[in-house]
Structure formats: C-alpha cells, structure tokens
Design a protein around this ligand. Structure first.
Ligand code: ZN
Length: 85
C-alpha cells in the first residue's frame, strides 16, 4: 500500500494530485471541508498517521550516533507524550 495514494486528493503529496490539479496555478488546500473519497471515508487520517511515523523514523535514521535524546524527543512528539529530555 502506498500511503500517499490515501492522502486527500488535494494534497500535493498524493500521486493523483498532478493529474487532478497540476494544470492550475492555484494550489487547492487539502482537508478542511474537502469531500474527496479519501477524506470522506477517513483514509486521509490513517495515511497521515502512517506518514508521521515515517517522518519520525527518517528523523531517527538521520540522527547522528550518540544523540539518543533527539530520538527520544522525536518519539515522544509522535506519541503525544512529554519529552523525556
Ligand atoms: Zn480530500
């Protein structure tokens, strides 16, 4: 499953975005009162959670060795828990 395909159709990260909106200068705003299939059925919310975890993992991977505090803070932010450091 490609989580980007489940994002709002008006989110530029969605692969369908350029097919639907790439010809206009104006960029639509994702979510809000959007009624595209992904938003209407709630697929957008799950995709955002998956992508937020992916961002955390990328942050952990990019953290230099010896900076565990940064990783803990990233994990705490993703989980909505207080930062340990
Ligand atoms: Zn939408």
């Amino acid at each position: 499953m490609n989580p980007y395909e489940k994002l709002c159709n008006k989110d530029p990260r969605n692969p369908l975005f350029s097919d639907l909106y790439g010809y206009e200068d104006e960029t639509p705003i994702p979510r809000g009162d959007c009624a595209c299939d992904n938003c209407f059925y709630g697929r957008d919310a799950m995709a955002l959670v998956i992508l937020s975890y992916q961002e955390v993992l990328e942050g952990v991977y990019a953290t230099p060795k010896g900076y565990q505090d940064v990783c803990w803070n990233l994990a705490a932010d993703a989980l909505g828990k207080p930062r340990p450091h």
